[in-house]
Design a protein. Structure first.
Length: 432
């Protein structure tokens, strides 16, 4: 959209998938449109919400997040981070408090952790860091000391709650440092920013958004090439020639806008093997389970931080996407797994256990019947930076910049949808 604002610009988008939208494009499962994860337009700027509404012809609805979390056998409503107040041993919670107060006396503002585990220690103390590292291992199937500290931005582990809400608020207010790392539930906070959360209401989930966005862009002159793999990119004095699996495309610039660095390296003839090897893909089993709509709790999602649990994030996706067929809707569960493990190889056999677990969590009623189900193996979801990734990607970016002046890379690859949008506003400046 921003590039179209450049006078005389002709914009071409090349997408290797046969559909537009990538991960946001929903699957069709059991007669429903199912998002691959929780893909809500969550806390986006109002001007982006206006664009989404325009593309959807007004067919969106506001999402009021009703989140919850689970830890140590307890579900905490209106809270989506681990709630360590459910720990049985009071002495552990007191030890966490002592360690935090000690750090608050000399806040480690300038600390430089070598890995995520050290960051947990710096933020929460050694006792809580062990608990958070166990949660991280459960969700992402990799140890916290194997990944870079900035991996915290892709987790729900950026703050900590370990006492009741009143005690947490009191503790937070006692120190600038503690205010920055601790959390407490606030049942009524009012409007705190200008962001909004919306979701398509046409009953086609995010697939409906993707298909409408495709037509909206094409109506504005954007050429979109689906199902084409970029094989090579050659730069010359007058511009760039990109060869895909179907055609050659001449352009002034190529903007690489996804995180598949290995594919870019192949197209440019620059080795990106080390960059790829320093990323961890986080495998998941993705379960879709159908039951009667009135048996599903009216909520958005629950994140299960119990290290021994099967599920991580379970969402009432059918309800908030307005999908109800003959009184039946669905929930989805993302289940952490190790590639090649027994669970990975026998995903379908795991469904009854997952169904019982979400019953125990109160996501569906205890007597809810499983009408239909589906299990998908997804080998790579959240991409985490393993130790050394920053150096590898910096070296790769430098090699691209030195050899190619018309192949443009964004300086960052944002994670949250609002950040992706705000970063996209810079693309016009990048070209001009």
């Amino acid at each position: 959209m921003e590039l179209c604002k450049i006078p005389g610009a002709e914009v071409t988008i090349v997408e290797p998938a046969p559909f537009f939208g990538g991960l946001m494009h929903s699957l069709e499962i059991g007669g429903f449109f199912v998002d691959k994860g929780v893909h809500v337009f969550d806390s986006i700027p109002k001007d982006l919400a206006d664009i989404v509404n325009e593309i959807m012809d007004g067919q969106t609805h506001k999402i009021e997040f009703v989140s919850a979390s689970a830890f140590n056998g307890k579900v905490t409503d209106v809270y989506s981070l681990p709630d360590l107040s459910s720990l049985d041993d009071e002495s552990v919670k007191q030890l966490i408090k002592v360690e935090l107060l000690q750090m608050a006396e000399q806040p480690p503002w300038d600390a430089s952790p070598k890995n995520l585990h050290e960051l947990f220690q710096i933020r929460y103390g050694k006792t809580a860091a062990k608990i958070y590292s166990a949660i991280f291992k459960k969700v992402y199937d990799i140890e916290s000391f194997e990944v870079e500290p900035n991996a915290i931005a892709q987790t729900s582990l950026g703050r900590m709650k370990f006492l009741d809400d009143e005690q947490m608020l009191e503790l937070k207010q006692s120190s600038e440092w503690l205010e920055s790392v601790l959390a407490a539930r606030r049942m009524a906070v009012g409007k705190v920013d200008d962001f909004v959360s919306i979701y398509p209401s046409d009953g086609h989930a995010m697939k409906g958004w993707c298909e409408r966005a495709l037509k909206w862009l094409e109506a504005r002159g954007v050429r979109i090439c689906l199902g084409e793999k970029i094989e090579s990119i050659e730069e010359h004095a007058d511009g760039v020639t990109m060869t895909t699996s179907k055609q050659k495309i001449d352009a002034d610039h190529v903007i690489w806008a996804n995180d598949n660095v290995e594919a870019l390296g192949t197209a440019l003839g620059i080795d990106a093997t080390q960059v790829n090897e320093h990323q961890y893909g986080t495998p998941m089993l993705f379960m879709t389970m159908m039951t009667r709509t009135d048996e599903i709790k009216d909520f958005t999602y629950l994140q299960n931080f119990e290290p021994e649990a099967l599920t991580y994030r379970t969402a009432a996706a059918g309800i908030y996407s307005h999908q109800n067929k003959n009184g039946v809707s669905f929930v989805t569960s993302e289940c952490p797994v190790t590639l090649g493990s027994e669970r990975w190889n026998n995903a379908d056999d795991l469904i009854p256990e997952v169904w019982q677990e979400i019953k125990n969590l109160g996501i569906v009623s205890e007597d809810a019947e499983l009408v239909d189900s589906n299990a998908l193996r997804i080998p790579s979801t959240f991409k985490l930076a393993k130790l050394g990734y920053s150096e590898q990607i910096a070296g790769f970016n430098e090699a691209v910049a030195n050899q190619y002046h018309r192949v443009l890379l964004r300086n960052v690859v944002p994670f949250f949808r609002r950040d992706i949008y705000l970063d996209s506003l810079k693309l016009r400046n990048l070209v001009e």
